[in-house]
Design a protein around this ligand. Structure first.
Ligand code: PGA
Length: 248
């Protein structure tokens, strides 16, 4: 199973900055068949990124969010159909900032996952506990609830086309990374639940780790049990550091 390296730019890098990023990144990262690289620029930069990657079909693109409805009067939002039409292949769903800043619920994440799948893209369902939940000993309960609810609107066979990302909220943007053992422990729990839900085929669903990944810790985290890739925020904004992580 080849690892997935996903760059979540959040609300950074408009079209001009994104174009400059791609130019430096493609020079620093040669195509290789043993890994999948996905960039998640802001939606308004997606077309520019895709255009700049015309010669690099090995590098994929996605969006950070879509609305759960098919279309209609939702000023300011983008639908899955619009994302697909603009060239997105992947969609982040239920990122911690969507949940904690924008109040996205597990039920909404489930509807988004189903919409993304319906439009032929890969949902990347993000789960993770807060520091309070970890200290209370409820990590497992929290991530399993997010996972099971998030996938609940999909047929079992369709779950196999998803990616899951474990991002402990206390590790996102804090410089505080989960130890490889802590990450592996949660990843094993998630794998067990995926196997329960979707059967033996679920052994190939990539489970990414995210939260303060850097060029210095990427290889160690990637070598942890059941870690099938990395979802990177801050360190993915610098093309050189991102190229180093993608080469881990
Ligand atoms: P970070 O963000 O790498 O800056 O911690 C990760 C994420 O939010 O996906």
């Amino acid at each position: 199973m080849s690892p997935v390296f996903a760059a979540n730019w959040k609300m950074n890098q408009g079209p001009s900055a994104a174009a400059a990023f791609v130019q430096t990144f493609v020079a620093a990262f040669a195509p290789r068949g043993d890994r999948t690289v996905v960039l998640f620029p802001p939606a308004l930069s997606l077309s520019e990124v895709r255009f700049r990657l015309t010669e690099r079909p090995d590098i994929h693109v996605g969006v950070q969010n879509v609305h759960a409805e098919e279309k209609g009067a939702f000023t300011g939002e983008n639908s899955a159909a619009i994302a697909r039409d603009a060239g997105a292949e992947y969609v982040l769903v239920g990122h911690s900032e969507r949940r904690h800043v924008f109040g996205e619920t597990d039920a909404e994440s489930a509807r988004k996952v189903a919409k993304v799948h319906e439009h032929g893209m890969v949902p990347v369902l993000c789960v993770g506990e807060t520091i309070e939940q970890r200290e209370r000993g409820t990590t497992e309960h929290v991530v399993l609830h997010q996972l099971r609810t998030g996938l609940s609107a999909l047929a079992h066979a369709d779950m196999l086309g998803c990616i899951v990302a474990y991002e402990p909220v206390w590790a996102i943007g804090t410089g505080r990374t989960a130890t490889p053992d802590d990450a592996a422990a949660v990843h094993r729990v998630l794998r067990g639940a995926l196997l329960d839900e979707a059967g033996a085929g679920a052994s190939t669903i990539p489970i990414l780790y995210g939260g303060s990944v850097t060029p210095a810790n990427a290889a160690t985290l990637l070598s942890a049990d059941e870690v099938g890739g990395l979802l990177v925020g801050g360190a993915s904004l610098d093309p050189t550091s991102w190229a180093t992580i993608c080469s881990a």
